[in-house]
Write a protein that binds this ligand. Structure first.
Ligand code: NDP
Length: 434
């Protein structure tokens, strides 16, 4: 904390992971001897840069860009870019740090990284978005590459932004290197099922967890927060498995539809028209809209899937969920529960799927996109979806196994952190002190 003052999200992520690694260090003193914790917590490289661009009135605007290249032990740096006004060094470092373990868990050869900008895409014209993305790439292009660092989307960065950034990268490099980005459009190297992967993967993971207890999505009531990329496809898959999804949200408020929300309307409003979730009630007058985000957790449900942003479930919300009888919580977002909220879940009967494991499907399919780009092939939707399902099942099983092995049966926070950590730590030792 002395070395990284005021970086509270980063401290929170490190604390959660380090706490769960205590049994590993007790069992294997070599990690201490090799200074693995001190090394792994320090990014290999942090890049911070100016992003000047011109708005539609001709005025110059300046934002700050980041790329944290955290750990390349098991593969090129890999992680999304986030465009949101809340972005700062702490947020990018927490995301990059978690990404190391998540990417390791997928079983794919990818290291950990993350980036973004405090640019707010909301309310910007298409031209402004393009000019910002181009300026952002004019600096970032020199730090990335298919075998160096492979960015993707995250909050505020979808196929449109990836397209503009890829275009500028291609121009500056004078080379068509499809593998430098994932989450690309399908007609220039994108993978089928990448758009759906994080949401679907979260539901596949929770499905495995429920199955072990004789439970399922079928007939259950589900609350999903957010209405972005992850949330939309979590809603779709949960509904396909027979669940009734009664609520979702955006950063202004949430909708509640006791008969089950209409997936097509949410998708059209948020993914296609980029409108507010409040407009849902214009299409379905039986639904209700409420201002504010946290109230969504007071809706009684069997399964809660936080898919919006970090720290959206605090201790009080977690207690309400538990007292309303929630059976499972699956984190589609990164670190959506505070440390206190996680402890509430772990000290109850609730099945808890931490984001690092549950939302790894997105980056896993990104790695499959890289594989397709390298082979100059395109796999079918079914093929990618099937591989995704298998990867999520493996992550679940490996996390359960590690939790048992180290004396914390059923604790997937500990299990996923340990399973993700040990592989990276062993490779770091193998590769020497670098
Ligand atoms: P999007 O930008 O597509 O959607 C984010 C959603 O969350 C929007 O509905 C947004 O509302 C809402 N939101 C953003 N900030 C807040 C806030 N402070 N309070 C409440 N709601 C908020 O992002 P993604 O769906 O891609 O990402 C969501 C989460 O999932 C993030 O934590 C991300 O890091 C994580 N994740 C994403 C992956 C991916 O493949 N996309 C992979 C793994 C994790 P509004 O429309 O008002 O902005």
């Amino acid at each position: 904390k002395r070395r990284n003052p005021f970086e509270c999200e980063f401290h929170q992520a490190v604390e959660e992971i380090f706490d769960s690694l205590i049994p590993v260090f007790e069992k294997h003193p070599k990690y201490m001897q090799q200074g693995i914790l001190e090394r792994i917590v320090e990014p290999e490289r942090v890049i911070s840069f100016r992003v000047p661009w011109t708005d539609d009135t001709g005025k110059v605007q300046v934002n700050r860009g980041f790329r944290v290249q955290y750990n390349s032990a098991i593969g090129p740096y890999k992680g999304g870019l986030r465009f949101h006004p809340s972005v700062n060094a702490s947020i990018i470092k927490f995301l990059g740090f978690e990404q190391i373990f998540k990417n390791s868990l997928t079983g794919q050869p990818i290291g950990g990284g993350k980036g973004g900008s405090d640019f707010d895409p909301k309310g910007k014209s298409d031209g402004e978005i393009m000019r910002f993305c181009q300026s952002f790439m004019q600096e970032l292009y020199r730090h990335i590459g298919p075998d160096v660092d492979v960015p993707a989307g995250d909050i505020g960065v979808g196929a449109r932004e990836i397209g503009y950034m890829f275009g500028m990268y291609k121009k500056l490099r004078g080379n068509f290197e499809a593998g430098v980005f994932t989450g690309k459009g399908l007609n220039y190297g994108g993978s089928l099922a990448r758009t759906e992967a994080t949401g679907y993967g979260t539901v596949y993971f929770v499905e495995e967890m429920l199955k072990d207890k004789g439970l399922s999505f079928d007939g259950s009531t589900v609350v999903v927060s957010g209405s972005g990329n992850v949330a939309i496809y979590a809603i779709e898959k949960a509904q396909q498995l027979g669940a009734k999804v009664v609520a979702c949200s955006d950063s202004n408020g949430y909708i509640y539809d006791e008969d089950g929300i209409n997936f097509e309307t949410v998708k059209q409003l948020k993914e296609v028209e980029r409108k507010r979730i409040s407009e849902y009630v214009d299409h379905h007058p039986r639904a209700q809209y409420f201002e504010g985000c946290t109230g969504i957790w007071s809706i009684p449900c069997d399964i809660a899937l936080p898919c919006a942003t970090q720290n959206e479930i605090d201790e009080a919300s977690a207690k309400i969920l538990v007292s309303n009888g929630v059976k499972a919580v699956g984190e589609g977002a990164n670190m959506p529960s505070t440390l206190d909220a996680v402890n509430v879940f772990l000290n109850s009967e609730v099945l808890f799927a931490p984001g690092k494991a549950a939302n790894a499907g997105g980056v896993a399919v990104s790695a499959l996109e890289m594989a397709q780009n390298s082979a100059r092939l395109a796999w079918s939707f079914e093929e990618v979806d099937c591989k995704l399902h298998q990867i999520m099942t493996n992550i679940y099983r490996n996390s359960v196994k590690a939790a048992e092995e180290y004396g914390f049966p059923g604790n997937l926070v500990v299990g996923s952190n340990i399973a993700g950590f040990t592989k990276v730590a062993d490779v770091m030792i193998t590769q020497g002190l670098i």
